[in-house]
Design a protein around this ligand. Structure first.
Ligand SMILES: [Zn+2]
Length: 291
């Protein structure tokens, strides 16, 4: 993604990986095969890989530089994490080098914000040092939505290994280091950077709104995973906690932003990532910014 200037703020991507991730029928369990087929023409090859017959997803973080703060939004899969999924398990990535290419070190990050606490959004929160998980960003305040934190805290306490590992190695060490703040889901991180509740994909999922000098953007986390969910907002993913709630939240979001100037920044959209939602005769579409 090309860097963006929005008012007196800038937005840059820190890419971890782009991968052919899931077959469309698995990713969108409620979508009919013939309805998926109608989108194949525009999806290949950037958003769908015909060879593997899988949808292509990006994994990236965003850095927002406000006049006061460097804010990191979502922290990808991370390194050295034991995970039940091979594509996330004990990985090494060029992510840290990509952060440094932007002229930033871990010490420069003032705030880390996770839209939700799934494994591919909290990974770089921590790093393995001398056998212990420690916060990667030593000077950062990590901001977690209170509802989301307590949901996963409870899951972890109940011994749900699938997610418990993630909470234990990527969230809890930050809390134990005294670097986490639990906030309401409409919290203002900095002037013009405000959370908004968007439950469904996870119980306490939030998006992050940016407004500066008349420009606006929304960091949508996993409100949407793939650009096909703009014309088909009713398609929730197999990763969603409550498919119906997720569909309702996403449909309202697409309606609200269709034919507005607001830049949409979805973590997992491949290609140029950033774009606007534009209305059509029948359905809205995602119009990517020029590369
Ligand atoms: Zn997620």
């Amino acid at each position: 993604m090309k860097p963006l200037s929005l008012g007196d703020m800038t937005v840059q991507s820190v890419l971890e990986n782009v991968a052919a991730a899931e077959a469309p029928g698995e990713m969108f369990p409620t979508a009919a095969a013939e309805d998926i087929a109608r989108h194949m023409d525009w999806m290949a090859p950037t958003f769908y890989d015909p060879a593997s017959e899988k949808l292509i997803l990006a994994f990236q973080s965003f850095v927002v530089r406000t006049p006061r703060l460097n804010i990191l939004i979502d922290t990808c899969v991370g390194e050295d994490k034991v995970r039940p999924w091979p594509q996330f398990h004990m990985k090494k990535w060029p992510w840290m080098g990509n952060l440094q290419t932007l002229g930033l070190t871990p010490e420069d990050i003032d705030v880390v914000m996770c839209t939700h606490l799934h494994p591919d959004h909290v990974g770089w929160n921590t790093q393995l040092r001398d056998g212990h998980w420690v916060p990667t960003f030593p000077n950062a305040n990590y901001v977690f939505a209170r509802d989301e934190y307590h949901y996963w805290e409870k899951e972890n306490a109940q011994g749900s290994e699938r997610i418990g590992l993630t909470f234990a190695d990527s969230v809890l060490p930050v809390m134990e280091a005294g670097q986490a703040t639990l906030v309401d889901h409409d919290h203002e991180i900095d002037t013009g950077i405000v959370l908004e509740p968007t439950p469904g994909h996870s119980p306490g999922h939030v998006v992050v709104n940016l407004a500066s000098n008349g420009d606006s953007a929304v960091f949508t986390g996993d409100l949407m995973h793939h650009p096909v969910q703009v014309p088909e907002p009713q398609w929730s993913t197999c990763f969603c906690w409550d498919l119906e709630m997720s569909a309702n939240t996403r449909t309202a979001f697409v309606d609200r932003y269709t034919d507005t100037e607001t830049i949409i920044l979805p973590v997992h959209f491949a290609g140029e990532t950033a774009g606007r939602i534009v209305g059509g005769a029948d359905k809205s579409m995602f119009a990517f910014l020029e590369g």
